[in-house]
Every structure is written in C-alpha cells, then in structure tokens.
Design a protein around this ligand. Structure first.
Ligand SMILES: C[S@@+](CC[C@H](N)C(=O)[O-])C[C@H]1O[C@@H](n2cnc3c(N)ncnc32)[C@H](O)[C@@H]1O
Ligand SMILES: [Zn+2]
Length: 350
C-alpha cells in the first residue's frame, strides 16, 4: 500500500541530536495494513512510540513491521515524527488564540516557575517508568524531568502549535487536546498536568479529568492555582469583564479532594508566591488602577486586543507611569501571597 507522508504539515519538533527544527507531518495509511499508523521517535533518547489507529503507545508494542516502517520513514523523510488525525476545521477560542500569540514559546520561567517545576519533578514517585505531560506548553517541565530522570519514557501533549514549535525537551509532544487523549487506558504510570486545568471550560474540564484518570495507570500529578483571587480585566471596547489569564475556575481544598474520582490525594505541596507589599495590598483594586487589560488579553466577547503588540514579543508590562510605579513597588518588602498547589493523586485499589 502506498504511503501518503506528505499530506499536511502538523508542526515541528526539535531534533535532540542536532538541535535542528524538523517537520512533523500528518499521514495516513501504513504499508502493512492500511490503518492510520506511524511512529513517534525521539532518536537522541532511543524512545520509540508506535502510533496505531491514531493512538500512541508508550509501551514496547512495536511489531517488526512497525519497526521497518519507522526506519524507512525516518530515512526517507528525515524527521522525528508522529501522527495525528487531522482535526476538523473550527473557529478557535480567544483562549486558544492567546496561547498561540502570548509569547508562551519565549517564556523561560521566573524563580517561581523554576521552583514550581523542581517541586513537580520531586513529587513524581520513583517507581514511575512512563509519564505523560498534558498541556505541556514548550516542554519546560519535561526538559527538567528528562535531566533528572533520563530513563523514564516521557511524552507531552499540547494544543498550541506555537508552544510545540518552541519545544525545549527531547520528548515528543503530540498536538491534541486534553479531553481526547490519543493514548490507550492506563498507558502511562503517571500523568502530569500543570497550570492547565484552570483554563478549561466546564465540559472540557470534566472530560479532561476523566481522560487523565483513564490514561494514568497509577498516579496523576496536578498543579493548579490555589484559592486564587482572580483579577478581572474590563474590555475597553465592549465592557466585557474577564480574567486576562483565562483562568475560568478556582481550586480550594474541597475541590481538590473531589477532583479525580477513583483517585485519592497522596501528597500535596503549597507553592506560595512572593510579591511586594504594595502589589499584594493593591490586588483587590488592581483592575481599577491598572485597567487589568494585559498586552496579550483578547476579549472573549468582541475579540478586542491592544493594537500595538508586535508579533512574537514576550509579554511585558506596559511602560510609562506604570513601570515607574512597578520600579517603586519593587523596593518594598516582599510577602507570601496565595499561589499554587501541587497535588499527587494515586489510583484507589478498592
Ligand atoms: C499556562 S500554560 C502552562 C504550560 C506548562 N504546563 C507549564 O506549567 O508551564 C497552559 C497550557 O495549556 C495548554 N492548553 C490549554 N487548553 C488545553 C487543552 N484543552 N488541551 C491541551 N492543552 C491545553 C495551553 O496551550 C498552554 O500551553
Ligand atoms: Zn470586548
């Protein structure tokens, strides 16, 4: 049967060996049996994930035919690659657009983020042999995890093409959505999801949680904001009020206890943020003082966005009097404010 490799460009993966940006293509039809099939290969780390019927397998499922196919494919096309069935065309939400244009690919992480990722790496139990990061962004957690635990088989899944193109990990990152994970039941020992759940609209949130629980054989590690006071921005054009980080929900102890049916919380780690005193005290009326509408906010109602942001510029604070105020505030003492939480869940056995 004829291969049809060159159907559509899906995205890019960075080659772990050469650092070169390689094309990831959608294709259909395997030489063996005509089902949608392919391989995800992270060559530098000897990982080999067959994809059969649009489902990625992290386990050593590869048949000799699949291996031959993989070899032929990577020789012919010279890619690290994978498969995703082409998604039906639809309009993207403002939140999706935000993650395509927010400069997420340029984010290196401040000290809070570095500490957050280190705490997450630390909480992954040592018996874990395979791990999936859902909403992986540009793969910063995966990169840290690969360094700390190079023998664990790792895979990411992410919806934003901009984030995948900027991936800094050697693990493959599949393009997809959290509410339809292209993996079999209990495919990995541990599923990780960091700063993603709070962005999901209710229906997707529920389906997404079910999918995390379905794919995790033993553990789920969740990182969400904890008892967050969500600030609101007002759209200067239509007056719609919304959270400019697109956080759609808050989590407290009760919500986290009930989050994943069939799993029980095992360990948790609070991650307070350090903020200067003025910023912490001003939080409730920050919207009124600063307007709250950030450079990368897109109004969910009328899609207004600030006109002046050059494409690809990382999110920065506005200049002028605001930066003067920020400079002054930076001299004040810093205090701990509510931040985020990491919770490790384990599948119940009863
Ligand atoms: C705030 S970023 C967090 C990135 C990374 N996990 C971290 O902790 O730094 C949220 C990420 O979730 C992704 N995301 C949002 N909704 C998603 C969905 N339904 N499926 C997969 N990824 C999603 C966004 O594209 C974005 O990369
Ligand atoms: Zn608006």
């Amino acid at each position: 049967m004829k291969n049809s490799f060159d159907q559509a460009l899906l995205g890019h993966l960075r080659c772990p060996a050469s650092g070169e940006l390689l094309e990831l293509r959608v294709f259909a039809g395997s030489p063996a049996d005509g089902i949608e099939a392919g391989v995800l290969i992270a060559r530098g780390r000897g990982l080999f994930y067959p994809v059969i019927g649009g489902v990625a397998h992290l386990l050593p499922h590869a048949t000799p035919a699949m291996e031959a196919f993989a070899r032929q494919w990577s020789e012919e096309i010279g890619t690290l690659g994978g498969l995703r069935l082409p998604a039906p065309a639809r309009e993207s939400s403002p939140e999706e657009e935000h993650f395509e244009t927010s400069g997420i690919e340029g984010v290196g992480g401040d000290s809070f983020d570095i500490g957050r990722r280190a705490a997450a790496v630390d909480l992954v139990p040592h018996e874990v042999d395979s791990l999936l990061d859902v909403g992986a962004g540009p793969g910063l957690f995966l990169a840290d995890f690969e360094t700390a635990r190079p023998h664990v088989r790792t895979l990411g899944l992410e919806r934003s093409g901009a984030a995948i193109r900027a991936a800094r990990c050697t693990s493959p990152i599949l393009m997809g959505t959290a509410n339809r994970l292209p993996l079999p039941d209990e495919a990995v020992d541990c599923v990780v999801t960091m700063e993603m759940l709070e962005h999901l609209p209710s229906a997707i949130h529920e389906q997404g949680l079910r999918e995390l629980a379905r794919v995790a054989r033993r553990f789920v590690l969740v990182n969400v904001p904890y008892r967050e006071r969500r600030l609101q921005a007002e759209c200067p054009d239509c007056g719609c009020v919304f959270n400019p980080s697109y956080h759609l929900r808050s989590y407290d102890g009760d919500a986290l206890m009930r989050l994943l049916p069939g799993f029980r919380p095992l360990t948790q780690r609070l991650l307070p943020r350090r903020e200067n005193l003025l910023k912490a005290m001003a939080a409730p009326w920050r919207t009124r003082v600063f307007g709250g509408f950030t450079d990368y906010a897109i109004c969910p109602q009328c899609r207004y966005r600030r006109p002046s942001v050059p494409a690809g510029t990382p999110a920065t604070r506005a200049g002028g009097w605001r930066s003067t105020l920020h400079a002054l505030a930076a001299r004040l003492p810093r205090v701990d404010v509510r931040g985020e939480i990491l919770v490790l869940y384990e599948r119940k056995h009863d």
